[in-house]
Design a protein around this ligand. Structure first.
Ligand code: NAP
Length: 244
């Protein structure tokens, strides 16, 4: 049996990451994903990946902890082989107007969303450089492009991801590695379910397509950017926002 390539996905157990995992499994990848605490969601995904014919490794990891992330990436390489595609989808919100925001709410969001991307990319990029092969897709947000009231912490983390991805793309492009970001708009997931209904309706109203997006629609963009079909695309930020 020929070995399948390996895709590593942070925050793979739910939402956008989960759909990206399933999509990449369909495209022939074995999947290593991490999650923060929801064992049941992780077990469900493992079952679905097995049904899709992919091997999977589910790791309980806090992406804000660099040692945790390094151990997960090492275990993935040892058990499955070199990571060819990395997707950073782990993310949280702690929405508040700035005046009411606690230091913890600021730091938790930056640590998970931005430090988390740094930790994952730092761990996968060296082996990718050695093999001169790899594709990284980070998950930013329209909040990182345009800003959003009540999300100074989140928008700053997501804008940071864009600058990080463009810079890394410039560092590693000549060594055969591509780095791109997707910037989703309002997507139907557990995260967006926390927004109040009126606000969700207002955002959906402001999109050209008049509706929230599906996780599968973001996963399609992620899979495209990760693949050889996007061989001449790097340092790009692809909005997946229904024309917001
Ligand atoms: P979600 O449904 O809430 O899922 C978040 C995933 O990240 C879960 O697998 C969660 O694991 C994991 N996670 C959270 N904190 C983690 C940590 N410290 N370490 C490791 N894993 C962690 O979120 P989503 O809506 O799919 O969002 C995915 C990404 O898309 C995020 O980066 C988000 O900012 C971005 N995004 C979402 C939207 C949207 O409208 N939904 C729009 C733009 C951008 P557990 O379940 O175990 O906690």
């Amino acid at each position: 049996m020929t070995a399948r390539p390996v895709a590593l996905i942070s925050g793979g157990s739910r939402g956008i990451g989960r759909n990206a995992a399933l999509r990449l499994a369909e495209e022939g990848y074995d999947i290593s994903f991490c999650y923060r605490g929801d064992e049941q969601a992780a077990a469900n995904l493992e079952k679905e990946l097995a049904e899709a014919g992919a091997r999977s490794l589910a790791a309980r990891v806090d992406v804000s902890d660099t040692d945790d992330v390094r151990a997960w990436v090492s275990r993935t390489e040892k058990d499955f082989g070199p990571v060819e595609v990395a997707v950073t989808s782990a993310g949280i919100t702690r929405d508040k107007p700035l005046l009411m925001m606690s230091d913890a709410e600021w730091h938790d969001v930056i640590a998970t969303n931005l430090d988390g991307v740094y930790h994952v990319c730092r761990a996968v990029v060296f082996p990718m450089l050695k093999r001169r092969k790899g594709s990284i897709v980070t998950v930013s947000s329209v909040s990182g492009l345009h800003g959003n009231a009540g999300q100074t912490n989140y928008a700053a983390s997501k804008a940071g991801i864009i600058a990080f991805s463009r810079s890394l793309a410039k560092e590693v492009g000549r060594r055969g590695i591509r780095v791109n970001a997707v910037a989703p708009g309002l997507i139907d997931t557990d995260m967006s379910a926390r927004l109040d209904g009126t606000m969700k309706d207002q955002i959906a109203e402001r999109t050209a397509l008049g509706r929230p997006g599906l996780t599968s629609e973001v996963a399609d963009a992620v899979a495209f950017l990760a693949s050889a079909r996007a061989a001449y695309i790097t340092g790009a930020v692809l909005p997946v926002d229904g024309g917001l």
